[in-house]
Design a protein around this ligand. Structure first.
Ligand SMILES: Nc1ncnc2c1ncn2[C@@H]1O[C@H](COP(=O)(O)OP(=O)(O)OP(=O)(O)O)[C@@H](O)[C@H]1O
Length: 246
């Protein structure tokens, strides 16, 4: 039987005694492209932070690549783009695009036969920004900065990519381009879990939907999510208007 790459089992998490995740189970398998959706404050970012080990649940367990998270050390196998990452772009700090991407190599064993510069350029090529390597990060547009942070998450050549609302604040064309890029990466074999509110965009790009509302209320194909008025009603959006295009 296929083993999940990510296994969240009965995870319960609270901030200062207030429960935000309750007995959440979620499995991600190789090749999945799953949107994690849910109302504001339903625990989506918290769940991602638990999966990448930034927060520890009070109850339940997380397994990554078959290992208990406490014994998992190969963090380069998981790329993570946190929420509002572009707002961290320092308007003064003269960090170049290549230097920003290079930060994603920390803790990764050296790639045999390739210099650090080649590895960075290759990640920038994947996101279509190789020509911007020497530019200052702060000089790029919001959409381009998003792609730089995607390159930073990809530079360690992860097998899983976790993204937390990566297209917030960028225009529709840049969003579409970003999702098309994610679709291509997924077809190339990357497993993706993305937190998003862009339901219309989700319709066209992802393979599965997981819906959180403190508990995991749905996990399956998007078309089945739309057939379930109770959970579908949690998410404002044009589900009923847009057909599933896969
Ligand atoms: N560091 C924190 N300390 C205390 N409470 C927090 C903290 N971070 C988040 N919360 C609370 O936990 C709940 C879940 O937050 P979380 O950010 O995981 O939700 P979300 O589904 O990602 O929300 P959104 O869609 O608005 O980004 C919210 O009620 C939030 O206010």
């Amino acid at each position: 039987m296929k083993e999940p790459l990510v296994e969240v089992e009965k995870v319960t998490f609270s901030y200062n005694g207030e429960i935000v995740l309750e007995e959440v189970n979620l499995e991600l398998f190789a090749g999945d492209f799953c949107a994690l959706i849910g109302p504001n404050g339903s625990g989506k970012s918290t769940l991602l932070k638990i999966i990448v080990g930034l927060l520890k649940p009070q109850q339940g367990r997380v397994r990554l690549f078959g290992k208990e998270i406490e014994n998992f050390h190969e963090w380069w196998r998981i790329g993570y783009v946190p929420q509002k990452v572009t707002s961290l772009v320092d308007p003064v700090l003269p960090l170049t695009v290549a230097e920003t991407v290079g930060l994603g190599l920390q803790g990764k064993p050296k790639s045999h036969g390739f210099s650090k510069k080649e590895v960075i350029l290759s990640a920038l090529e994947r996101v279509g920004l190789a020509d911007k390597a020497d530019k200052l990060l702060r000089e790029l547009s919001g959409g381009q900065q998003q792609r730089v942070f995607l390159a930073r998450a990809l530079v360690g050549q992860p097998q899983i990519l976790l993204l937390d609302e990566p297209t917030t604040g960028v225009d529709f064309t840049a969003q579409e381009r970003f999702y098309e890029l994610l679709g291509r990466l997924n077809r190339e074999g990357l497993t993706i879990l993305i937190v998003t509110h862009d339901i219309a965009v989700v319709d066209r790009h992802v393979k599965q939907v997981a819906c959180l509302n403190r508990k995991l209320v749905f996990h399956g194909k998007h078309e089945d999510f739309c057939k379930n008025p109770e959970v579908c009603g949690l998410i404002p959006g044009p589900h009923h208007l847009i057909g599933h295009l896969h």
